[in-house]
Design a protein around this ligand. Structure first.
Ligand code: PMP
Length: 367
């Protein structure tokens, strides 16, 4: 037998597999509405103007040195302001343990590993549905998973009553994964009042809220408004964790730039937590990449570029169409249209050229 004779092919990733299948399809009329990235009207990748300008400013002026284990201090500082608020007392009081992460995925994974190490008997409650990779992340970190109600298919809205029941019925002191805004894949977010009620119940139950904020700016068009869920929990005195990503809202997908932060009791605890996050990072990837962090800190550190970014942050990306897995399969096999089987359509993949073809195909399969 060979060394790896026991290795079977891994299951295809439900999201990344869509793009693979799209690329392999020779049909000239093929359409990819699975991709979670900005595209222009010809379906070509888009780079934000603020990013282009930041790159021009950086060009030739940066070295290639290692970042510290915790990443770019400047980038992390600016990133915390977006989540916790420009004048956050928690930032001033140095109560936030924060490190640069390998985008949002890396932030979630680092947190899951931290949770496993320091709360070894805990579980994580994950909404139904969610971004499929959440399940992989906590599974590989060996944190047992539970689910909580979120989406109500009949109303295409939030199943708030069941969600609140699940919060109440979870054992005291449970960990919950919450999408801070622009819930993926449904696009359905709680209202401010509902966030307030959730926060109150989290308090009563002593739960921990971990916010995954992969789309700050995409729900309302304004990053400040999209942080409202987090601000409500902060005002109520919760100690929370946050995963942030610039993949979508700065279009920096391949740069892998993000941030994991954990709000602590005091500065001393934050120093300890940060040192442990760094110790988790060291044997995994040692330290995070430099270039994306430089782009972000250049943009957010300059008022003019930051304003340009705020203008460029587009609203929305995904549309939860309600198409069934069988209808999606027909779209792909009969019309060469690619999307995830949960029916999520990326509006960035819809162009003037393919919108008619797409609409007609959807009409055919949903009749
Ligand atoms: N969380 C959610 C809910 C997402 O949709 C995504 C992006 N698909 C991520 C995290 C992380 O993406 P990235 O690692 O590219 O930042």
């Amino acid at each position: 037998s060979t060394w790896w004779g026991n290795v079977e092919p891994a299951a295809k990733d439900p999201i990344l597999g869509v793009t693979e299948a799209f690329l392999a399809d020779p049909s000239p009329s093929k359409v990819n509405v699975g991709v979670g990235a900005y595209r222009d009207d010809n379906g070509k990748p888009v780079v934000l103007e603020c990013v282009r300008e930041a790159e021009r400013r950086i060009a030739g002026h940066s070295n290639m040195e290692y970042l510290p284990m915790g990443g770019s201090v400047k980038m992390v500082e600016e990133t915390l302001k977006l989540a916790y608020g420009e004048n956050s007392e928690f930032i001033k009081d140095k109560r936030i343990a924060a490190v640069q992460s390998l985008s949002g995925t890396g932030a979630c994974r680092l947190f899951a590993d931290f949770q496993k190490r320091f709360r070894p008997d805990s579980q994580i409650y994950i909404p139904v549905p969610t971004w499929a990779n959440h399940h992989n992340i906590w599974r590989d970190a060996q944190v047992p998973q539970r689910t909580f109600h979120y989406y109500h298919p009949e109303t295409r809205g939030l199943d708030f009553a069941s969600l609140m029941d699940d919060i109440k019925n979870a054992p005291n002191g449970s960990f919950f994964l919450l999408h801070a805004c622009a819930h993926n894949p449904t696009g359905v977010d709680p209202t401010e009042e509902q966030w307030g009620e959730m926060s109150y119940q989290f308090k009563a139950k002593g739960h921990f809220a971990f916010f995954d904020m992969a789309y700050q700016g995409f729900a309302s068009g304004d990053p400040e408004r999209d942080a409202k869920s987090i601000r409500i929990f902060l005002e109520d005195g919760h100690l929370i964790g946050i995963a942030q990503s610039y993949a979508k809202n700065m279009g920096l997908y391949g740069q892998r730039v993000g941030c994991l932060s954990v709000l602590c009791e005091d500065e001393k605890q934050a120093v300890s937590v940060k040192s442990q996050l760094q110790q988790l990072a060291r044997p995994m990837y040692s330290n995070p990449p430099l270039h994306g962090a430089l782009i972000v800190s250049t943009i957010l550190g300059d008022p003019e570029l930051k304003n340009l970014w705020l203008k460029e942050v587009k609203i929305g990306m995904f549309c939860y169409s309600g198409l069934t897995p069988e209808q999606v399969d027909r779209l792909t096999s009969e019309f060469h249209i690619y999307l995830t089987r949960n029916g999520r359509i990326s509006m960035a993949g819809v162009t003037t050229g393919n919108v008619g073809y797409l609409a007609n195909a959807i009409n055919k399969v949903s009749k």
